[in-house]
Design a binder for this molecule. Structure first.
Ligand code: 1OR
Length: 301
C-alpha cells in the first residue's frame, strides 16, 4: 500500500549524498520511533534502515513564531520530528497567501510532520509554525532516498536468493522468479502465533524466509509436520478453493514471504503440473520414483 505511493526518485546509489552519523540516545530513539510509527514514509522499512535514518537526523532549534514549513513550497527536502515544544498547522483556504490562514491542528512533542510533500512529490500542503520555542530532529530527503533504495535492493536480492533455492520453482524462468520476488510481501510472526487456522478461508500463499512453522490438524496437538526456511504452504486452499485444511503455527520467531491470491493465481496458478507434482511427491507409495518420473506422472493426471 504505502510503497506504491512513494514517488520514485532518480537517485544514483550513494552518489554525493553524505549520510550524517549522529548516534542517538535510547530516549531519543524511542521518541523518533513513536513519532514515525504510523507514518507512511517509514511503512515497510526494515528496523535496521529506520535506525540508520534516525541516526542521520540533525538537530534544529527554533524560536516561537518560526515557520518551519511554508505551504506551497515546491522544494520540500525535509521531514521533522518535534522533540520539545509545540507547532501549529495552518492552511490557506483562499486563492493566495494574503487570504488568511486557518489553524487546523496543533502538534505536541513526539509528533512527526512534513511527510506529505516527500511521499507525493507535491508542494507543502500546510504551514507549520512553532507556537513555542521548539527542539526538532530533521530528516533529509536525499538521505532517506538512499537508505530506502538500499533497503529495497537488499530485500529484492534476499527474495531472489531464497526463490532460486526452492526446488518446486526451478521450472520457472529467472524472469518469472524475479516477478514472483517482486510480488512478495514480508510478514513477521511471534512464537505460538497462528498464521492461519483450520477452516479459515485461504487467500494467501506463504514461503518461509526464516524460522519454522508447525502444521497441526484436528484436536491432536502433535504436529503433522514442521516446515523451515525455503519451504512453503497455503497453496492447497488457493488451488482448490477449499478452506484451510490445518492450523499453521509459528515455532519461534518466523519471517514469511506472502503472496496474495491474485498474485498467486497470476504467477503460479497456471502451473498445474507443478502443483500436481508437489502432491505426488508427498505420497509415500511413490517415494521410489525419481523427479522426472513424478513429473511425467503429474502430466498424465
Ligand atoms: P507536508 O510535507 O505537506 C506540511 O508539509 C505538513 O503539515 C504536511 O506534510 C503534514 O505533515 C502536516 N493537511 C495537510 N497537512 C497537514 C495537515 C492537514 N495536518 C498536518 N499536516 N490537515 C487537513 C486540513 C484540511 C489537518 C489534519 C488534522
Amino acid at each position: 500500500k504505502g510503497r506504491a505511493a512513494i514517488a520514485a526518485e532518480a537517485v544514483t546509489p550513494g552518489a554525493d549524498v553524505v549520510i550524517p552519523d549522529i548516534p542517538k540516545s535510547e530516549i531519543v530513539l524511542r521518541l523518533l520511533e513513536a513519532a514515525t510509527k504510523d507514518n507512511l514514509l517509514f511503512d515497510m522499512l526494515p528496523a535496521q534502515s529506520k535506525l540508520a535514518i534516525f541516526n542521520s537526523m540533525t538537530p534544529l532549534e527554533c524560536p516561537e513564531g518560526t515557520d518551519i514549513i511554508v505551504q506551497g513550497d515546491k522544494d520540500a527536502r525535509t521531514f521533522y520530528v518535534l522533540e520539545t515544544g509545540s507547532c501549529d498547522v495552518y492552511i490557506n483556504i483562499g486563492k493566495d497567501l494574503a487570504d488568511g490562514m486557518k489553524k487546523v491542528h496543533r502538534y505536541a512533542a513526539a509528533s512527526g510532520f512534513g511527510e506529505l510533500a516527500l511521499l507525493y512529490s507535491a508542494p507543502r500542503a500546510a504551514t507549520v509554525r512553532a507556537s513555542s520555542p521548539c527542539k526538532l530532529w530533521v530528516m533529509d530527503r536525499a538521505v532517506y532516498n538512499v537508505i530506502k533504495m538500499e533497503a529495497t535492493q537488499s530485500t529484492a536480492a534476499q527474495k531472489c536468493k531464497l526463490l532460486n533455492a526452492v526446488p518446486l520453482l526451478s521450472v520457472l524462468s529467472q524472469e518469472h522468479r524475479d516477478l514472483l520476488a517482486d510480488a512478495l510481501d514480508t510478514l513477521d510472526f511471534q512464537d505460538g502465533q497462528p498464521i492461519f487456522r483450520q477452516g479459515d478461508i485461504g487467500n494467501q500463499f506463504y514461503i518461509i524466509k526464516s524460522g519454522k512453522v508447525l502444521i497441526i490438524k484436528g484436536p491432536d496437538t502433535k504436529p503433522l509436520a514442521e516446515l523451515r526456511e525455503g519451504q512453503f504452504f497455503g497453496e492447497r486452499s488457493l488451488i482448490r478453493d477449499d478452506p484451510r485444511a490445518a492450523d499453521v503455527i509459528a515455532k519461534g520467531k518466523v519471517t514469511m514471504y506472502v503472496l496474495t491470491r491474485k498474485a498467486f493465481e497470476g504467477l503460479l496458478g497456471p502451473y498445474e503440473d507443478m502443483w500436481k507434482f508437489e502432491v505426488l511427491r508427498k505420497v509415500p507409495i511413490l517415494f521410489a520414483l525419481n523427479e522426472t518420473q513424478l513429473f511425467e506422472l503429474a502430466r498424465c493426471m
